[in-house]
Ligand binder design. Structure first.
Ligand SMILES: Cc1ncc(COP(=O)(O)O)c(C=O)c1O
Length: 390
């Protein structure tokens, strides 16, 4: 039996009101659907736990419990300790803030390496940092097949390299990177391994120790959670940093040391419901296996009028595709698909400027992302409607 047969997709779908309306969402890479339990937890928090940390009564104890549960949940999700988790508004804001904290002791001329495969949220913070502090910014090239060119990385690493910032998987073409190998290369010159886990974490289990990551950032609205980001920073690394922080606040953990202001307790309660949901339906390994089954079917049945960029098979990639339909501009294709009950976006760069410049997806393209709440029937509908477009 394949994973598409053993995963209880019917049970999954009953948990989402948004999936009962006859529309097939293939836009998870932009933002996933959210189970009703997440919204219910958010609403309950605004009703029952509207306080802040540290007061000697029930509502305050409840928000403390919500925060602690969220730290434990996020830590378990990435294989870290609860004290190593920092929450923030989204991945981008966290990355701008943490990159600046990390770099407080760096000197002009120190080297920062980013990747041409990355979403700009893990490139722009380093470009701006390099601009402000005269750092030497280098970019790991990608090969024609969209994999990272590790020889190029090796050539660019030197003893002044402070960080290698790269994604675990492309949010556009779905290509995965050899995170452990890159982390080892970064560590071989004493640099930090700084991983954008946003796209990867929505599809496969994360283990920061196995990946050798010093920092790894996630965005919870990509895996059925609320609009919220969190970061893991290895405690031994974070302990050496001087955080940007208001002074009177106690800092019980290195993770909290780097969060600023009051926590979004409602969203954290929603996140706790998200982690419970992901566990109840079998966890990320089961999710990944099921999604691979959907993607295999998609690739096997894709009409010849559809060109997709990136790796042609599932080896080394996630179920996320950038594609064009022969003779049909992407904006028109996405509108026509939406009219027929299929949700995919069209865009130009997908925020992956290096990839766009290297590969050129055509001026605009469609992004088709499979999520664990999609069905085989939805994939068949998608393929049929793509076929009808040209
Ligand atoms: C791979 C990747 N990294 C980073 C981001 C930015 O995440 P956020 O919206 O949480 O700032 C995105 C958002 O689409 C993404 O896909």
């Amino acid at each position: 039996m394949s994973a598409t047969d053993t995963f209880d997709i019917a049970d999954v779908r009953t948990r989402f009101t948004s999936l009962s309306r006859g529309f097939a969402f293939f836009d998870g890479p932009g933002g996933s659907q959210t189970p009703d339990a997440v919204g219910a937890a958010i609403a309950a928090t605004t009703r029952d736990a509207s306080a802040n940390l540290g007061a000697p009564y029930a509502t305050s104890r409840r928000v403390t419990a919500i925060l602690e549960e969220a730290e434990r949940g996020a830590a378990a999700f990435v294989g870290a300790s609860p004290g190593e988790i920092t929450f923030g508004m989204n991945m981008t804001s966290l990355n701008f803030a943490l990159s600046r904290t990390a770099a407080r002791t760096w000197q002009a001329g120190d080297r920062v390496i980013v990747s041409a495969l990355d979403h700009d949220a893990n490139v722009a913070p380093w470009i701006e940092l390099a601009h402000d502090h005269q750092l030497d910014l280098q970019t790991i090239a990608i090969k024609a097949d969209t994999t990272l060119d590790l020889d190029d990385l090796r050539a660019k690493l030197d003893d002044r390299t402070r960080v290698v910032a790269f994604t675990a998987a492309s949010n556009a073409v779905g290509t995965k990177t050899p995170v452990r190998e890159i982390s080892d290369l970064a560590h071989s010159v004493g640099a930090l391994s700084w991983v954008d886990g946003v796209h990867f974490a929505a599809h496969e289990p994360v283990d920061v120790d196995a990946l050798g990551a010093d920092a790894l950032l996630c965005s919870t609205y990509k895996f059925c959670g609320p609009h919220l980001g969190f970061a893991y920073v290895r405690a031994e690394v974070a302990e050496t940093w001087r955080p940007y922080k208001v002074r009177p606040l106690p800092t019980p953990t290195t993770g909290r040391k780097m969060s600023t202001g009051t926590f979004p307790f409602e969203a954290l309660a929603g996140l706790n419901a998200t982690f419970a949901y992901l566990d109840e339906i079998g966890g990320m390994a089961a999710i990944g296996a099921y999604e691979r089954g959907l993607a295999e079917r998609f690739l096997a049945t894709l009409p010849s009028t559809v060109v997709h960029y990136g790796l042609p098979h599932l080896e080394g990639r996630l179920p996320t595709f950038v594609a064009n339909v022969e003779g049909v501009p992407a904006d028109i294709a996405s509108e026509r698909l939406a009219e027929r009950g299929v949700g995919v976006w069209s865009s130009d760069t997908w925020y992956s400027l290096g990839l766009y410049e290297t590969l050129g997806f055509g001026e605009r393209s469609l992004r088709i992302g499979m999520s664990h709440y999609n069905t085989v029937e939805e994939v068949d509908l998608l393929v049929a409607e793509l076929g009808r477009l040209s």
